[in-house]
Design a protein around this ligand. Structure first.
Ligand SMILES: Nc1ncnc2c1ncn2[C@@H]1O[C@H](COP(=O)(O)OP(=O)(O)OP(=O)(O)O)[C@@H](O)[C@H]1O
Ligand SMILES: [Mg+2]
Length: 341
């Protein structure tokens, strides 16, 4: 079940698609502020994200960057403070209680890192898988639960309770539970965080299998470099915003061999904002403000050497090289052409 997203209050300009059109997940300027007493933590600060139906996307980012906050909102467990998140046609900030309950039951299947959070300890594997179907009043539950056990390779563990299953087996069952009501999206928050690398690879292979067999859209948060290398698109979050995207594609060489090309892009939001990678900022000691120049096919970014705010304080008009404004590259080119004439 996959419905496309549309932002009804943002009419498309003629000839231009609406933001989020055709996407199954569309986050538009998403903000989440946690308030504890007088303290405010801005966990998401204007995050934009589009995910197409049938995609599998990895989300990476430092601890505290907002990954779980995003997944909690997409899973219908938490609400944005501002901005919008639409999943399969459901506006997550506008849902009433009843719609939210149905959304969590039918639209978003969630898998958590903590194996214990995914399964009820006193139910068998099969009963755990049947539970969401019972809550949804689905029929033919036994057969579907056994099919799902087959899919995750644990048909012979149907009667085992979670404490009789390994960590990897518990996560497989968690995948089956999340799939029980045929969700449009599967959200996994570090599903392999408690597993060894071999078992992690197996769980991830299962997620990819589910994605290709059932066409379920999957968003998986991970610290595991192996996992993020296995998907076509990895989105990195920094300080509550999408910072970069790495896109992988396979290319055939002249010798007929396949090689993987991996390219990193900065994400430009709808207001034209982008985050420069920290390494770039550090390498040129960029701060406060930068000079931008539009070139025929790119935009250049230069440190502002005239700024009073450059490291070391006010350099004065002639005190250092840092006080000299960078030459306008266009002027440099003009001067060179002058010399050549
Ligand atoms: N319930 C909450 N109340 C207050 N602050 C919170 C709450 N949940 C998260 N935060 C804060 O929001 C920020 C983002 O947290 P989040 O859990 O989304 O990070 P994360 O990227 O998932 O990190 P990790 O990789 O460690 O799981 C952090 O600064 C965190 O302390
Ligand atoms: Mg987290």
């Amino acid at each position: 079940m996959t419905a496309a997203v549309s932002f009804t209050n943002s009419p498309a300009r003629p000839g231009r698609p609406r933001f989020g059109e055709g996407a199954v997940i569309a986050c538009d300027n998403l903000v989440r502020i946690y308030k504890i007493a007088d303290l405010e933590v801005v966990a998401l600060q204007g995050l934009d994200l589009l995910v197409d139906p049938g995609e599998i996307v990895a989300i990476v980012g430092a601890s505290g960057s907002g990954k779980s906050t995003l997944l909690n909102i997409l899973g219908g467990l938490d609400q944005p403070s501002a901005g919008r998140a639409i999943v399969a046609g459901h506006d997550l900030g506008q849902m009433g209680r009843h719609e939210r309950t149905l959304y969590r039951r039918r639209i978003a299947g969630v898998i958590w890192q903590q194996t214990a959070r995914n399964l009820l300890p006193y139910l068998s594997a099969r009963e755990n898988i049947e539970l969401p179907m019972i809550l949804d009043g689905a029929r033919d539950r036994r057969r579907r639960a056994l099919d799902l056990l087959e899919r995750v390779g644990l048909r012979d563990r149907a009667g085992h309770r979670p404490d009789r299953l390994s960590g990897g087996e518990q996560q497989r069952i968690a995948v089956a539970v999340a799939l029980a009501n045929g969700p449009a999206v599967l959200l996994a928050d570090e599903p392999t965080g408690e597993l060894d690398s071999v078992t992690s690879a197996e769980i991830f292979a299962l997620l990819r299998q589910v994605n290709s067999d059932l066409g379920t859209t999957i968003v998986v948060v991970t610290h595991d470099a192996f996992v993020s290398e296995q998907v076509r698109r990895t989105v990195s979050i920094r300080d509550g915003r999408t910072a970069t995207e790495t896109v992988r594609r396979t290319e055939q060489t002249a010798e007929g061999e396949h090689r993987i090309i991996s390219e990193e892009f900065a994400v430009l939001d709808r207001a034209g904002r982008l985050q420069l990678p920290k390494a770039h900022v550090d390498a040129l000691s960029l701060r406060d403000r930068v000079r931008l120049r539009l070139e025929p096919d790119h935009v250049g970014v230069w440190p502002d050497r005239t700024s009073r705010h450059v490291a070391g304080g006010d350099p004065g008009p002639s005190s250092s090289a840092g006080a000299v404004p960078p030459p306008d590259p266009a002027e440099v080119i003009d001067a060179r052409e002058e010399d050549e004439r």
